[in-house]
Design a protein around this ligand. Structure first.
Ligand code: SAM
Length: 471
């Protein structure tokens, strides 16, 4: 049984811990959570190597992953509960003990792990990582276990009537400023906001993109034990297993890509334009998901994609993602349109500006990001977004189209950026209704002309799309 399995690895700092009694999945989760909180690591990057080091796979790896991701996602609520149960601010607890308590509290309040196993395994962990704190950990976790999650939320959260944002933030473990931003983007609908917050705490699905002309989505679905996507003509919902093991992914006929990303890239490709249609530009291309799809579409239509990326290692990733496709990768700053000879003004027929953003639309995938992002990130990002979009508007020829995309629904990054950039560009720019550029019958696309996709409505990341035509 996993609760008593011996543990064989060393900790992340290389020291061999004193007692080998903690089971490997929990110890792996502890190492991952500690690396995220202590070293600013990213869970999706650090966890695979920890699982390898600990020799975990199958159900044990899945359990360690659930503990890691769940603990990180829920740490806002868990910290409030631990603060109450400990009778002192959780920030004043020794960090290793604090992380172990978070993992223990997550098991007690969010999993079917029997309470005695959650408490005793956490006490074992604390014995290993936080000398002399086992009595404290035992007492705190017993206090946590005295109520279920609903009871803790009723006890600690402000009332929904007087402080709905504060209530939802505590009940669904999101920072208040993010709940407020989601609620604003959803027109103040608190029911929808709640559904979104719940969705953000779920394990995200894995979507594949069967590259048009190279792979058939129905065959890929059969081969992967998955199902064709609901909306994107190229999407496959992966049934299970590692996508990299699929031959179609390994040989570049398909790639991992959220269905929403496929839809917005495809929208750019199908937007009606008059005249020449052979020069496409992806101004923010790394790591190359949308450039891969656009490149496959361009190959079918005798077009060529110029893919720009400012970060060198990401430019290399774009090269890898677009090998064999009619894509030229430029390692340069997308704002240099007009100054860089390979990025002339008024040259391109279709331009994608998939701008750097807060990523609030993909919180499902990055469990720690909601706690890292700050409202103070917005001014620099929105300035960059405006500059890149105005560069995109300079790059497109009259009559051509620009798709502005963010993986964030924050209205400052979406509507405000687009309106400001269009105004400042000095060019004549019209909004194209983006809704008909998405599959017919797709629900919940709003009143146009821009489109906001949502995890709770569409099962995609919260991608924003505005399509602009230069006059
Ligand atoms: C949201 S990501 C793009 C995702 C990509 N389109 C895909 O589908 O895989 C934004 C990218 O823009 C790049 N970037 C940031 N500033 C840039 C600039 N000034 N010029 C070009 N690329 C930039 C970032 O390095 C990042 O790779």
């Amino acid at each position: 049984m996993r609760d008593t399995a011996p543990r064989g690895g060393t900790d992340r700092r290389g020291a061999r811990p004193a007692r080998p009694t903690v089971d490997r999945p929990r110890y792996a989760a502890y190492q991952a959570v500690a690396a995220v909180n202590r070293d600013d690591a990213y869970a999706n990057l650090v966890l695979p190597s920890i699982l390898r080091e600990e020799g975990l796979f199958g159900r044990d790896a899945a359990f360690a992953t659930e503990l890691t991701y769940g603990t990180l996602r829920h740490s806002g609520t868990l910290d409030a509960i631990l603060t109450s149960a400990a009778g002192r601010d959780v920030q004043r607890i020794d960090p290793p003990v604090r992380d172990a308590l978070r993992i223990g509290a997550y098991q007690l309040l969010h999993t079917r792990v029997p309470p005695h196993a959650a408490v005793s395994s956490t006490v074992d962990l604390v014995r290993m990582v936080g000398q002399g704190a086992t009595g404290f950990a035992n007492a705190v976790l017993r206090e946590v276990a005295a109520c279920d999650l609903d009871a803790w939320v009723s006890r600690l959260a402000p009332s929904m009537e007087t402080d709905p944002i504060g209530h939802l933030a505590l009940a669904h473990s999101h920072p208040q400023w993010i709940v407020r931003a989601f609620s604003e983007a959803l027109g103040g609908d608190l029911g929808e906001t709640t559904r979104l917050l719940i969705e953000n705490n779920e394990r995200p699905p894995v979507h594949l993109c069967a590259r048009p002309g190279l792979a058939d989505p129905v065959e890929l679905a059969d081969a992967s034990g998955g199902a064709p996507g609901a909306f994107s003509p190229y999407a496959v919902y992966l049934g299970g297993g590692a996508p990299g093991d699929l031959p179609a992914v390994a040989d570049g006929r398909a790639h991992v890509q959220d269905e929403g990303s496929q839809l917005v890239a495809n929208a750019l490709a199908v937007a009606p334009i008059d005249g020449p249609d052979g020069r496409w530009l992806d101004l923010c291309a790394g790591p190359g998901g949308k450039a891969g799809l656009l490149g496959a579409l361009a190959a079918q239509r005798d077009a060529r994609v110029t893919a720009v990326e400012v970060a060198e290692h990401r430019a290399r990733l774009v090269e890898g993602a677009t090998r064999g496709l009619p894509v030229t990768v430029l390692h340069t700053d997308g704002r240099l349109v007009g100054a860089e000879p390979k990025l002339p003004e008024g040259h391109f027929d279709r331009v994608l500006v998939d701008a750097p953003c807060t990523g609030l639309g993909s919180l499902r995938r990055r469990p720690e990001s909601r706690w890292r992002r700050q409202p103070s990130d917005l001014p620099a990002l929105t300035r960059l977004q405006r500059e890149l979009l105005t560069a995109g508007l300079r790059a497109v020829r009259p009559g051509g189209v620009v798709a502005y995309v963010t993986c964030s629904p924050h209205t400052v990054e979406t509507h405000v950026t687009v309106t400001e950039a269009a105004r400042r560009s000095g060019a004549s720019v019209d909004f194209v209704d983006a809704r008909p550029l998405l599959p017919a019958g797709m629900p919940g696309l709003g009143d146009g002309p821009t489109v906001q996709l949502w995890p709770h409505r569409h099962g995609t990341d919260a991608m924003f799309l505005a399509v602009l035509r230069r006059g």
